[in-house]
Design a binder for this molecule. Structure first.
Ligand code: PEP
Ligand code: CO
Length: 453
């Protein structure tokens, strides 16, 4: 992508910017942004271009996108166990999808920078005291004290460092063969053996092992390209100063790259075509995504697409719809129709339109609603001659109890046992794996139907 004449990494400052922290000390902010801008990048332009080429194949129906991770990463959870288990669950899910769909899968984590959260209310009131809402570890801290809730610019540096530590470990694991398809046993999470899904997962692993050995016998060598898998990072590009500071030119390529992540997305609350976030995103060369919520109209979606992807470049723009199981059938078709003929990637986030609160006030999501929205999304796209190219989940490799349902039948009463998310409820390891199995079954059924008709 070439540079736009009327754009710079800070041109967003001339537009209305919502969801930005109000820092009390402007000099401190300037110092931090200057320092961030000098530190080395977290990812490279050639990785970003490789992802973009792979997303173009998703747009053409040849690959599938799997994106997932925490709602909000926390600095405290930057440890080897949590990082490895996130990689493991994404790897296991992708195996299940590859096996069922017979397509290559792009794995994108919501990690290495998913530290800033949009909030519906700027403030939070407890016992008559109002303080700024918690906006993620990149901005302020969870405890309800004035000192903790005041936005602190030095947290941007701490966030960059945590992201770097996370990525460093992920890259080392992958280089060391952790993601080698010959050894899926490395990815077993502790309780895979006790899961109601263990037998089905084991069958899939064995079948993939057999196929690999078969290919290798035919080729008379190891299938080099197949034993390693790629991983990409993504986060919501919410905090524009943080994103701007890591937006760079690189040698031998045109344009500006956000080198803090491969694949940033614009959240639902900041997707105003005239707003600061869209202004920032339109000028970067990365593939970008936008969340599409129930308030989106076909006209607005066209305006957004024209701003973010005026050249209609395959792989440039992914639309992540999150409409809710109850409304997707009514809201999705006009949006898909509005972009007919444009090479966008359609992805479904079945989490954010299906959040509810239990009678005792716990934020949760039902497994069946999540699955229902996904299944409807597959059907609606297929019926319109479009196709669902990817799925976006909030999940964890740990055995938390935040969403109800799934093979183990988690009930509302179980939620308090291991509820750890500071923000939205995530699928736990077993629910995530089950979801991948059901998604792959649904997509295979549809493909077969398409093939037979
Ligand atoms: C999120 O992905 O955590 C999120 C806040 O989503 P949305 O912008 O779709 O509400
Ligand atoms: Co969330």
């Amino acid at each position: 992508m070439t540079s736009l004449p009327d754009w710079s990494p800070s041109s967003w400052e001339g537009k209305p910017a919502t969801q930005q922290p109000a820092y009390p000390d402007a000099d401190a902010v300037r110092r931090v942004v200057g320092e961030l801008a000098r530190l080395p990048p977290l990812v490279t332009s050639w990785e970003i271009e490789s992802l973009r080429a792979q997303l173009a194949e998703v747009a053409a129906g040849k690959r599938f996108l799997l994106q997932g991770g925490d709602c909000a990463e926390s600095f405290a959870d930057c440890d080897s166990g949590a990082i490895a288990s996130k990689l493991k669950i994404l790897l296991q899910m992708s195996l299940v999808l590859v096996h069922g769909m017979k397509k290559r899968v792009i794995r994108v984590g919501r990690f290495g920078g998913q530290y800033a959260k949009p909030r519906t209310q700027d403030g939070e009131t407890r016992d008559g005291v109002t303080l700024p809402a918690y906006r993620g570890d990149l901005i302020n801290r969870v405890p309800f004290t004035a000192a903790d809730r005041t936005p602190d610019p030095s947290l941007m540096l701490r966030g960059y460092e945590r992201a770097a530590l996370t990525l460093n470990f992920i890259r080392a694991l992958i280089d060391g063969g952790f993601a080698d398809l010959h050894h899926p046993e490395y990815w077993d999470l502790d309780f895979v053996r006790h899961s109601p899904l263990a037998a089905e997962y084991q069958r899939i692993v064995e079948s993939i092992g057999d196929s690999l050995r078969f290919m290798e016998t035919l080729a008379g060598a190891q299938v080099g390209d197949m034993n390693r898998v790629d991983f990409f990072t993504s986060h919501e590009g919410l905090h524009l100063l943080y994103e701007q500071a890591q937006t760079r030119r690189v040698p031998h390529r045109a344009g500006w790259y956000n080198l803090a992540t491969h694949f940033p997305w614009i959240g639902m609350r900041t997707a105003d075509p005239e707003g600061a976030h869209v202004e920032y995103f339109r000028g970067i060369a990365n593939p970008v995504a936008v969340k599409v919520g129930p308030g989106m109209t076909p006209d607005r979606l066209r305006a957004l697409t024209d701003r973010l992807d005026p050249q209609a470049d395959p792989g440039r723009l992914t639309l992540i719809h999150r409409l809710g199981a109850g409304r997707v059938a009514e809201l999705l078709p006009p949006l898909v129709e509005a972009l007919r003929g444009r090479p966008v990637v359609w992805c479904c986030d079945p989490m954010h339109g299906n959040t509810g609160t239990t009678a005792s006030g716990v934020k949760t999501r039902r497994f069946d609603d999540i699955l229902a929205e996904l299944e409807l999304a597959f059907e609606i796209h297929a019926a319109l001659g479009s196709h669902l190219g990817g799925v976006h989940f909030e999940l964890t490799g740990d055995n938390v109890t935040e969403c109800t349902g799934g093979a183990r039948g988690l009930a509302e009463g179980d939620l308090t046992r291991a509820y750890r998310s500071q923000v939205d409820p995530r699928l736990n390891y077993e629910q995530a794996l089950e979801m991948a199995m059901l998604v792959s079954r649904k997509s295979t059924l549809l493909e077969n139907r398409r093939g037979n008709s």
